[in-house]
Design a protein around this ligand. Structure first.
Ligand SMILES: NCc1[nH]cc(CCC(=O)O)c1CC(=O)O
Length: 308
């Protein structure tokens, strides 16, 4: 009986997701046992600094990937949206389970929906993507950074001067905290992050035995959608925290992808939609379409401002 060591960040959400995946894998009744090994990542250690200023999403993933490569762990469960566009050689996404709700949600103090928040109300988000789209929809709101795990942000909403915060529905749903949601934001107001609502199970490319097990948990439509979204992100070289959004829908093996690149103040928002049966080509082509409209210039300015 092989023991699979599963690496996880120690946040409540990470452990919940990891244990969910392990239970699903156990349910196939195959001769494997599982052990969870907690790993503290750089992203977890510097929660007080705005993420975009310290190197972006890779911060949560790098130490876990080192543990995979060294053999200290065999697999890891990540939020897909925390995965950098490129994986290190030797590692792969072994499966993509069925996606849950992709939308962003508003949680407000007095349960006021977005269009009822008073002018000047403070909305907490550190995401350039959320901030840009929020500014475009409600230029009169004030956006302030907020950091920390979901539980920390909920506490800051109660204790600090925020009128509302924006979070992903998915994390709240997995924690069974969705009772706090004031409003689900439609994707045409807040287009989600690449991979939002999906999980990525990362493992070594040469671990055929584990890959065969993981394949049972793979959801074909989610995998197709995420492939298109991540090809879009990779082509825009959206390595760190960026004002990039994308959401793909799959019906009868046809993928329909909406992609967005925004100026952080919401002044310019480039947004296009395309369809194809080839998710990889779709993501690349949609990215080039936005590049023709000036996406590179917007992103270059964001990277420069981040270094300053
Ligand atoms: N930004 C951090 C992060 N990474 C993954 C989730 C949970 C949602 C998901 O898996 O898409 C969250 C919290 C949030 O954005 O509200």
């Amino acid at each position: 009986m092989r023991k699979i060591v599963v690496g996880s960040r120690q946040s409540a959400l990470a452990l919940t997701q990891t244990n969910w995946v392990i239970e699903r894998l156990k349910s196939f009744g195959l001769p494997f046992e599982f052990e969870v090994k907690k790993i503290v990542t750089k992203g977890d250690r510097i929660l007080d600094v705005t993420l975009s200023k310290v190197g972006g999403k890779g911060l949560f993933v790098k130490e876990i990937e080192q543990a995979l490569l060294s053999g200290e762990i065999d697999m890891a469960v990540h939020s897909m949206k925390d995965m950098p566009a490129m994986l290190p050689p030797g590692l792969m996404i072994g499966c993509v389970p069925k996606r849950v709700d992709v939308r962003d949600v508003l949680i407000s103090k007095d349960n006021q929906p977005l269009d009822k928040l008073p002018s000047g109300a403070i909305v907490g988000t550190s995401s350039l993507r959320r901030a840009a789209q929020l500014k475009a929809f409600r230029p009169d709101l004030v956006i302030e950074p907020i950091r920390g795990n979901i539980d920390t942000r909920m506490r800051k909403l109660k204790e600090e001067s925020f009128s509302a915060i924006i979070l992903a529905a998915a994390g709240l749903e997995r924690m069974q905290w969705n009772g706090n949601i004031t409003e689900f934001l439609p994707v045409d107001i807040s287009l989600p992050a690449v991979g939002q609502g999906a999980l990525a199970i990362e493992c070594r490319e040469n671990d055929a035995e584990l890959l065969a097990l993981l394949d049972k948990l793979n959801d074909k439509d989610t995998a197709l959608a995420v492939k298109a979204e991540r090809a879009f992100l990779r082509t825009l070289e959206g390595g760190c925290q960026v004002p990039i959004a994308a959401y793909a829908n799959v019906a009868d093996d046809r993928v329909s992808l909406t992609g967005l690149v925004a100026e952080p103040d919401g002044g310019t928002i480039l947004k296009e939609k395309m369809e194809s049966e080839d998710p990889e080509a779709l993501g690349v082509n949609l990215a080039y379409k936005l590049k023709e409209q000036g996406a590179d210039e917007i992103l270059e300015k964001v990277y420069k401002d981040n270094q300053a």
